[in-house]
Ligand binder design. Structure first.
Ligand SMILES: [Zn+2]
Length: 424
């Protein structure tokens, strides 16, 4: 029987230089950290544990965060060497990948990529491998986590602890690690087991969303009576309502179970909707500030959820602007046949957009988000691209590429072996 022999030299990557100790051409890269890298020899393993590590500092990076939606990811993932008619996607992939390797951009993946890929019945593995490879391990936190960070800022503004009118978008709120780190040769991703019943639930949720949206559109007034700002307000309140109503239902069920009026159901605790967490977070925020009586707490919580501070929470605001934009398009269009906007477009844009420099999304979503009253690009300082302005996207990438300074170029070559020339 063969025994597997672990060879630590496989972790020492090129480019190799002459080792200061054994003089062989094996002095390579042991590890790349967020702002430095270490060298070691693959033959004599100099420097060993007792010797001083050979550390090189790396310059600070300011990578542009570019979100690629599921459509772009799956089109690029389908490119094979002999793909005819996919040259456009093959070329875009080459450009993006070179720029990722050059440490100029990062294309993070998210739970939405995972969820949408799971909804596909074929090519699941190919698409997943592709976005994980593109992201080099940089991945968005869950939407729920982003929501809590944004709500926390809004609460501090609401009680006057933070007088900055603007919301801030530090990377810590949206990513587990700094997306502007120099990337290592390795990144580890734990594979979650696919739960087909969960996937089916999401499929139903998506259909339900489309149904609800269609019904809402049919009930909209005519052009003369349509008021965009009021429509935004309706959606803001709908978000507040859904949190409070679901929380209320959850608490009532919990009480009924505690009193023995309902059989004990552990799933109530295990699968509580994330909005329950949001409500509990808000309640505990006010408790920590000394509000104790139940009546006072309830009125404070309600006051917050129906205040302009909640309306201005970025994920709430973007989601409402997007929905009102869909309504507006429906009313001013032919009042039919409007793509109601996919469930995922809205989720992705409302949660991830403020943390990105650019997003590649679908044509319909981009047109809704760019129209005058919605005007997401100016409001959130984001560059939106889609297939219909692909040339603008390429020009945007070219500008980033052309602005790379010589110090970064030299360090990229030192750490990864080469600077990738990008043809744009
Ligand atoms: Zn050596």
């Amino acid at each position: 029987m063969d025994t597997y022999k672990f060879d630590p030299a496989i972790f020492i990557k090129p480019p190799y230089f002459k080792c200061p100790k054994c003089k062989k051409e094996g002095y390579g890269i042991l590890m790349v950290r967020s702002d430095s890298y270490l060298r070691r020899c693959k033959y004599c393993f100099y420097p060993k544990g007792h010797e001083e590590a050979d550390v090189y500092d790396l310059p600070l990076l300011k990578k542009k965060i570019i979100y690629l939606d599921q459509f772009a990811i799956s089109e690029m993932a389908k490119v094979k060497d002999d793909s005819k008619g996919r040259e456009k996607w093959a070329s875009l992939h080459n450009i993006l990948d070179s720029m990722v390797l050059n440490q100029l951009i990062v294309c993070p993946d998210s739970r939405y990529h995972e969820e949408e890929t799971e909804l596909f019945r074929s090519l699941r593995k190919e698409i997943k491998d592709f976005y994980v490879q593109m992201s080099r391990g940089v991945t968005f936190k869950t939407s729920h986590s982003i929501e809590v960070h944004q709500i926390s800022q809004a609460l501090k503004k609401f009680v006057g602890e933070d007088d900055n009118q603007q919301h801030l978008f530090p990377w810590e709120d949206a990513f587990n690690g700094n997306p502007s780190s120099w990337h290592d040769h390795y990144h580890i991703r734990v594979n979650k087991r696919l739960d087909e019943t969960e996937v089916e639930k999401r499929r139903i949720q998506k259909e339900k969303y489309a149904e609800t949206m269609s019904k809402h559109l049919e009930g909209l007034p005519d052009r003369e009576s349509f008021d965009f700002d009021n429509e935004v307000k309706i959606w803001n309140n709908a978000t507040a309502d859904s949190i409070l109503i679901l929380y209320d239902r959850y608490v009532k069920e919990q009480i009924a179970m505690t009193l023995g009026l309902k059989p004990f159901d552990p799933s109530l605790y295990l699968y509580a909707p994330t909005v329950v967490d949001i409500a509990e977070y808000v309640i505990s925020f006010f408790k920590r500030r000394g509000i104790e009586s139940r009546e006072d707490l309830i009125s404070k919580v309600q006051e917050f959820f129906y205040s302009e501070f909640f309306d201005k929470v970025p994920y709430v605001n973007i989601s409402s602007l997007f929905s009102a934009g869909i309504s507006r398009k429906y009313v001013f269009g032919s009042r039919k046949g409007t793509n109601v906007g996919s469930y995922y477009d809205k989720q992705i844009v409302s949660h991830l957009l403020p943390y990105c420099c650019a997003m590649f999304i679908d044509n319909e979503a981009r047109s809704i988000l760019s129209e005058r009253p919605v005007d997401i690009e100016n409001k959130y300082n984001i560059n939106l691209f889609s297939l219909s302005n692909l040339d603008d996207f390429l020009f945007f990438l070219k500008n980033i590429n052309d602005s790379a300074d010589s110090n970064i170029k030299a360090n990229v070559a030192a750490v990864y072996g080469q600077w990738h020339e990008v043809k744009l």
